[in-house]
Design a protein around this ligand. Sequence first.
Ligand code: 5GP
Ligand code: MN
Length: 447
Amino acid sequence: MASESRALRVAEVVRAEIAQLLSKGLKDPRVGFVSIMAVKMSPDLRYANVYVSLYGSEKETKASLIGLRNSAGWIRRELGRRLKLRLTPEVRFFEDMTLDKVFHLEEVLKDLKDSEEQERMNLIDLKGVVEECRGADSFLVTTHSNPDGDAIGSLLAMRHFLNALAKEDVTCACHDPAPRIYDWLPGATEIVNADNLRATYDLVVVLDVAQLDRIGSVALRLSPEQRILVLDHHREENPCGTVNFIDHTYASASEIVTELFDASGLPISREAAECAYVGLTTDTGSFKYANTDARAHRCAARLLETGIDVSDISSRVFDVMSLPKRDLLRRVLERLQVSDCARYAWSYLTGQDMIEAGAMSEDVDGLVNFVRNLEGVEVGMLFRELERNRLKVSMRSRGRLNAADVLRPLGGGGHAGAAGATLHLPMEEGRARVLQAVEEALGAIYS
Ligand code: 5GP
Ligand code: MN
């Protein structure tokens, strides 16, 4: 019987020799990619148990093991030749499953993390959302202030969904009225403001946003006990819902609502489809932005099947410029500034501009794209003075800079390509802060 330390030493030598033999390649064509995980000698040194990791499909790893076992005799002879041992050990190959176990463990840990996150954020799936809706009778449906096409589109599509579930007590509310380019959508004229709300509803559904402070005056009317369901497609760590469906892989909140029809087995009405299509087409920039994926196109196909008139919708939403908007655009282009590095550009609008142009918030929507679209520019910003010491920035990125990551430390958020923030600072100071953050972020990318 050899001592334990001798057995270990022999094992090490045997391992090194076999590794060398394997790296030269065995004649047996069945032996695929193999790595030796461990060699263990029997106490009498008669056997060398070689534990190997085999890569490939199940069929390939099986063939590798057979090939190795068939080569065991030759390997033993080679060992006998190379090693001056009293007794050449018989070589036995075993498949070592440790790596598989590691991968499995990683999967288990990921599942655990996902379920912890699910619990911490009270996340539910589409079926859970449908159950929530089926279980309530009175609803308030709302979205963020300064609503865009997806906010209004998903809000109204949700209303149609609830109606399809035979829920009649549904109030749609928003801090601001629907922008004029969306006021033709079915249900748009029935969106009320915060003054017209009851004290409680069975369920408040919040769309396209997960933070109460972005809902404006409507949020102030909600009691702390109010049950809230959030449906959002922004990356959000602390959603305000009692229960939340949050998935930032969706290009628009309107797609989530569209999928609710499928999840509950209800047909999508043409009215609902018009609303959802507006949300989908505006949030993907007419299917041009980076968030446009196969699911977005499949969703569009589903909506088109209801008979909606996309040409009419697009011309109402994209091909109209109000006179105040034209005036604002002129000012934005006149003041356009490009950074020294030429990678970013910005412009601004003051409160006085808004008054002189007779413009409303909705007239500012989309103007930032003209800044970002400048040749060579990756990041475009539009600063807008809301009040004396309050300023809104809209940021659009078509490069490697993640706009939401840059604005998050300043209290903003959104997506990689489109983000925004409201800063409680005078124009000059707020603008300097944001430009510095962009400069630093670009510096880190291109250094
Ligand atoms: P916009 O610049 O058009 O207002 O917004 C672009 C994107 O950024 C939208 O997805 C919008 O929801 C998000 N966003 C705009 N302002 C804010 C903000 O103050 N906070 C957060 N978290 N997101 C914002
Ligand atoms: Mn959206």
